[in-house]
Design a protein around this ligand. Structure first.
Ligand code: PLP
Length: 499
C-alpha cells in the first residue's frame, strides 16, 4: 500500500463519483445496452503489466456506466430502491480500509461490539420489544440480505424441532407463507432441506388486502398435522414486494404459537419506515414473533448490503450454526462473555458493516432519517393524487408506504369485446387480459424512453404498474415529470387502441 498513491487515487475516484452524481439524471435510467455488449469493448484476458487508474476510470466512464441501470438516479422508481448516502459510502470506505474479518470477538473486538451496540440503537429506534435487544437478552446481527436471515432462522427453528422429533423427521417439516411472500422464502426453505411439497404459499385475496388470513393458516396447519406432517415456521411480511401488503401479525402469531412454530417477520422494505411513530403500527404484534428483519440498504440510506436481523433467542441460532475448530479457540469465546457473530450467520468471515450503519445513524440522526422516509411517502402521495385526478387511471391497491400501484382502468379502454359472441364470464376474462396487455405495453413504452424506470407485478390476475419512490436524489419535479411521461405514452396507446 503506497499511501501517497492511495491518497491521490482515492481523490480521483471521489471526483469521478461526484461527476457521476452530477450527471446521473442525464443518463437513460434503464441501461440500453444489448446482451454481451461488454465483451466487445474489453480485452478477453487480464493485463500482464500494471495499468494507470486514469485509463481504468476512462473505461469505467466509456464502457461500464452505459451498462448501468442507474439505481441512484432521481428517475429510478423501479423495484424497491437500494439507497446509498454520503455516510454509507464513507462507512464502506472505512470498512474496506480496515478490512477486518470480525468472525469472532477476538478477531476484532470493535467490529463485534459496535455491531451489537448499533443493533440495539436501531432496535430502540424501531421500538422493538425489549426481548429482541441485547439489553433484553435477545440480540441483533447484520446479515448480507433477507435470504440469509431467513436461512439462519429456518435452520434455528429446524434444529429446535428435529432435536425433539429426531433427524429423520426432516421430510415431515412444513413451512408457511402466503402467495405474496417474497420468493426468497421458497429458496431459503429449499436450501435448509424442506421438501418443496411442504412449502405452503397460502392464497390471499383482495378482501384481506392481500394479507394472510389467520383462519386459512389454521386450516392449512390442521390439514398438514392430520396428514402426519410437522408445522415448523411461518414467514409473515410487513410490506410485501408486489403491493406492500401487511400481514396481520398478532393473530397470525397466535395461531402459530398454538402449534409451537417459529414466526419470522420479514419487513425487508417497509421496516425502515417504522422508525417513524406514525408507521410503527405496522409492526404491532411483532412482540409475539421469534425473529424480525429488514434491509437497511433498501430505505435507510445504508447502501448494499445491510440486512438487520433480531432474534429473541440468540442461543437458538448459536446452537444450530456454531463451529468450534482448534484454530479458532480463544479465551474470550471460552469465557462465554462475548458474542461470536460467526455463529449467527452462514459464513465464517464477515465485513465490518456496522461501521456504515453507525455512520448513517450519527451523521444524519434519527430526526433526519425520519424526514427522509416521510419525504418519500409525501412524494408517493403526490404521484397517487396525480393518478387519481386522471379518470383514465386507477390506484389499484391502497398505498401503505411509498409505493403506488396503478394502471389504466378497464373503463378507459372502450369498445372492447363489442360485437363478440361471448358468455359474460368469458367476456370479462377476455377484457381483463386485454387491459393487462395494454398496461404491459404502457410499461414497456415508458421504460424504452429511458426517461424513467418503473416495474410491474401481477396480483389477483391484475397487471399492475409499480411506482416506488425512494431514490436519494428524487425531488417533486422528478415525480411530476414521471407522471407526464406516463400520460404521454398512455395518450398514444389509448388513441391507437381507439379509446
Ligand atoms: N422480502 C421482501 C419483502 C422483499 O421486498 C425483498 C426484496 O425486495 C426480499 C425479501 C429479498 O431480499 P434479499 O434480496 O435481501 O434477500
Amino acid at each position: 500500500l503506497d499511501l501517497g498513491e492511495f491518497r491521490r487515487q482515492e481523490q480521483m475516484v471521489v471526483d469521478f463519483l461526484v461527476n457521476y452524481y452530477k450527471n446521473v439524471e442525464k443518463y437513460p435510467v434503464l441501461s440500453q445496452v444489448e446482451p454481451g455488449y461488454l465483451s466487445k469493448c474489453l480485452p478477453s484476458s487480464a493485463p500482464e503489466d500494471e495499468e494507470p487508474l486514469e485509463a481504468i476510470l476512462d473505461d469505467v466512464h466509456r464502457y461500464i456506466v452505459p451498462g448501468l441501470t442507474h439505481w441512484q438516479s432521481p428517475t429510478f422508481f423501479a423495484y424497491f430502491q437500494t439507497n446509498t448516502s454520503t455516510a454509507a459510502i464513507l462507512g464502506e470506505m472505512l470498512c474496506a480500509g480496515f478490512s477486518v474479518a470480525g468472525f469472532n470477538w477476538v478477531s476484532s473486538p470493535a467490529a463485534t461490539e459496535l455491531e451489537s451496540l448499533v443493533m440495539d440503537w436501531l432496535g430502540k429506534m424501531l421500538d422493538l420489544p425489549r426481548p429482541f435487544l441485547f439489553s433484553g437478552n435477545g440480540g441483533g446481527v447484520i446479515e448480507g440480505n433477507t435470504t440469509e436471515a431467513m436461512i439462519c432462522t429456518l435452520i434455528a427453528a429446524r434444529e429446535r424441532v428435529l432435536r425433539r422429533s429426531g433427524h429423520d423427521s426432516i421430510t415431515k417439516l412444513v413451512v408457511y407463507g402466503s402467495d405474496q411472500t417474497h420468493c426468497s422464502f421458497q429458496k431459503a426453505a429449499r436450501v435448509v432441506g424442506i421438501d418443496p411439497r411442504n412449502i405452503r404459499a397460502l392464497k390471499t385475496t383482495q378482501s384481506t388486502l392481500f394479507g394472510l388470513s389467520p383462519d386459512l393458516l389454521r386450516k392449512a396447519i390442521r390439514l398438514d398435522i392430520d396428514g402426519g406432517l410437522i408445522p415448523l415456521y411461518l414467514c409473515t411480511t410487513v410490506g410485501t414486494t408486489s403491493v406492500t401488503a401487511v400481514d396481520p401479525l398478532e393473530p397470525l402469531c397466535k395461531v402459530a404459537s398454538e402449534f409451537g412454530m417459529w414466526v419470522h417477520v420479514d419487513a425487508a422494505y417497509a421496516g425502515s419506515s417504522c422508525i417513524c411513530p406514525e408507521y410503527r403500527k405496522f409492526l404491532n404484534g411483532v412482540e409475539f414473533a421469534d425473529s424480525f428483519s429488514f434491509n437497511a440498504h433498501k430505505w435507510l440510506l445504508t447502501s448494499l448490503d445491510c440486512c438487520c436481523l433480531w432474534v429473541k433467542d440468540p442461543n437458538a441460532l448459536v446452537k444450530s450454526l456454531s463451529t468450534d475448530p482448534e484454530y479458532l479457540k480463544n479465551e474470550a469465546t471460552e469465557s462465554k462473555q462475548v458474542v461470536d457473530y460467526k455463529d449467527w450467520q452462514l459464513s465464517l468471515s464477515r465485513r465490518f458493516r456496522a461501521l456504515k450503519l453507525w455512520l448513517v445513524l450519527r451523521i444524519y440522526g434519527v430526526r433526519n432519517l425520519r424526514s427522509h422516509i416521510r419525504n418519500d411517502c409525501r412524494l408517493a402521495k403526490l404521484f397517487e393524487e396525480l393518478v387519481v385526478k386522471d379518470g383514465r387511471f386507477e390506484v389499484v391497491f391502497p398505498r401503505n408506504f411509498a409505493l403506488v400501484c396503478f394502471r389504466i382502468r378497464p373503463s378507459a379502454v372502450t369498445g372492447m369485446a363489442n360485437g363478440q359472441a361471448m358468455e359474460d364470464e368469458d367476456r370479462e376474462a377476455w377484457k381483463l387480459n386485454e387491459v393487462n396487455k395494454l398496461n404491459a405495453r404502457l410499461l414497456h413504452a415508458i421504460n424504452a424512453s429511458g426517461r424513467v424506470f418503473i416495474t410491474h407485478t401481477e396480483v389477483g390476475g391484475i397487471y399492475v404498474l409499480r411506482f416506488a419512490v425512494g431514490a436519494i436524489l428524487v425531488r417533486e419535479r422528478h415525480v411530476i415529470m414521471a407522471w407526464t411521461v406516463v400520460q404521454e405514452h398512455a395518450n398514444s396507446l389509448l388513441s391507437m387502441s381507439g379509446s
